[in-house]
Write a protein that binds this ligand. Structure first.
Ligand SMILES: NC(=O)c1ccc[n+]([C@@H]2O[C@H](COP(=O)([O-])OP(=O)(O)OC[C@H]3O[C@@H](n4cnc5c(N)ncnc54)[C@H](OP(=O)(O)O)[C@@H]3O)[C@@H](O)[C@H]2O)c1
Length: 433
């Protein structure tokens, strides 16, 4: 599950997908129309966002006409991005231009007036990132307390592809097929449910939406714990890649509680979590020794740490160091933790975050251990230019597969971002777009 390696890449999708590759949950009244069903349905090429899909089935008219139209009124389908039953008699809706439409009519009002079809990266079987597809999905009506967010930037994390490969991991996050993909996002609120009070259309927001972020839009409850306002001076790019890595780095720094002058060994210091953690530790007055390949050395140095190679030479490289190691954070397996323990670091000052079987006594930390204000604090540092969120690469949505393969290589230096809408231009005095 954790092995790296680049897989064969698919040709990028350029603006169109075969509509009849859209699959739906069994029982929604339509048959799966994926591979193997071409004798029954024709393939329709359609630009993303065009047409007016049935809000229940997501079928565009060309296909819908030749399917069971009853499925469109049965209301039993599940949105591939929302994982929620569509609400045929749903609450009143407030659209981006301020109109309020009521009850059942909303379903079609949305498809007539708004973006009836979103594009989302969707998974309909577990196993391989090659099974991820960018496809049209129905844009479902909002419940009273929900907001619709147009996604400007979605950031990737290892857990995204790990979920694709592991049904138990998906289940642990409450995800089931068909599901969306990704977690970190930043964007703008484009529609609010009738009871929404805290957010308004036009508000910039960021956070985490597990299994949903790599999409043109997503729906969250306004009180979702991972939905935050984006500070005015912060770009969508910085905010959209922060959720998992930022919370995790913050939780590790808190668990280590390093004192100024101490030396900390960080394994995989140049990755998504390590790039933020290393800066936090250096900022706190620590000397950081960071492991990485030769290709990471400059990046690790730029974070304020001294690079050392991981692998067989690690213990010798650390032993040659003038300072004793006081604490360690292992962000890749257990090698760093084991070396630190061998060098006498007490186990309560050694942290791991990904090991299935950590050495006895070390502290296991998760992103969920972060304090509720962790991201706010990090963004305050970003705004003060006291912290940067290094971007290894950005990809357009239609090249999401290349982005995932890059992330899965396990040799990323910083974070990978997928730019989804021009919303990222709405940002940030003096910050990067
Ligand atoms: N428990 C949690 O809540 C939690 C939260 C976030 C992440 N995680 C897990 O923690 C791990 C790190 O996350 P991340 O986002 O930082 O991943 P990442 O960005 O993919 O990490 C990439 C880094 O790992 C380094 N690396 C590759 N092979 C290595 C090795 N054998 N030894 C040491 N370093 C190596 C790479 O350095 P080179 O390019 O120089 O090889 C690269 O800089 C992932 O497995 C992730 O799933 C857990």
């Amino acid at each position: 599950m954790r092995s790296g390696g680049r897989r064969g890449e698919r040709p990028p999708l350029i603006g169109c997908v075969p509509v009849d590759t859209v699959d739906f949950k069994p029982g929604c009244g339509t048959q799966s129309a994926g591979a193997g069903s071409h004798a029954r349905t024709k393939t329709v090429q359609r630009p993303y966002g065009g047409g007016s899909a049935c809000p229940t089935t997501g079928l565009l008219p060309d296909v819908r006409d030749r399917r069971d139209e009853a499925a469109c009124s049965a209301g039993r389908a599940v949105s591939a991005t929302g994982h929620e039953p569509l609400d045929r008699d749903g609450p009143d809706q407030r659209t981006a231009d301020g109109r309020v439409t009521r009850g059942r009519r909303n379903v079609h009002a949305l498809t007539d007036a708004g973006p009836a079809v979103d594009s989302a990266v969707v998974l309909d079987r577990f196993g391989d990132v090659d099974d991820l597809k960018l496809q049209p999905v129905p844009s479902r009506p909002l419940r009273a307390t929900e907001v619709r967010i147009n996604v400007a930037v979605a950031g990737l994390n290892p857990v995204d592809w790990q979920i694709v490969e592991s049904p138990p991991l998906a289940a642990a996050f409450g995800l089931d097929l068909p599901m969306g993909f990704g977690n970190d996002f930043a964007g703008v609120v484009v529609e609010t449910g009738t009871s929404v009070r805290r957010l308004r259309v036009g508000d910039r927001v960021f956070g985490g939406a597990r299994g949903r972020a790599v999409a043109t839009s997503l729906v969250l409850d306004e009180d979702h714990p991972s939905l935050h306002r984006t500070p005015a001076e912060i770009s969508d790019l910085d905010a959209g890649i922060l959720d998992i890595a930022g919370r995790t780095a913050s939780a590790i720094a808190a668990a280590l509680s390093v004192r100024p002058g101490e030396t900390v060994l960080v394994g995989a210091a140049g990755g998504g979590v390590g790039s933020i953690l290393t800066q936090l530790l250096v900022r706190g007055g620590a000397h950081v020794i960071g492991t990485g390949s030769a290709a990471s050395a400059d990046h690790i140095r730029s974070l304020g740490a001294r690079p050392v190679p991981y692998g067989d030479g690690l213990a010798a490289a650390i032993a040659a160091s003038k300072n004793p190691i006081n604490a360690a954070a292992d962000l890749h397996g257990t090698e760093t933790a084991e070396v630190a323990l061998r060098m006498g670091v007490p186990s309560h000052r050694v942290v791991t975050i990904e090991a299935d079987a950590s050495p006895t006594g070390v502290v296991q930390v998760n992103g969920s251990d972060a304090t509720p204000d962790a991201l706010e604090r990090l963004l305050a540092l970003v705004a003060d230019k006291a912290l940067r969120v290094p971007v290894a690469a950005t990809y357009p949505l239609d090249q999401f597969h290349d982005a995932v393969v890059h992330q899965r290589s396990r040799h990323v230096h910083g974070k990978i971002a997928i730019r989804i809408s021009a919303g990222s231009a709405i940002c940030a005095r003096g910050s990067r777009p």
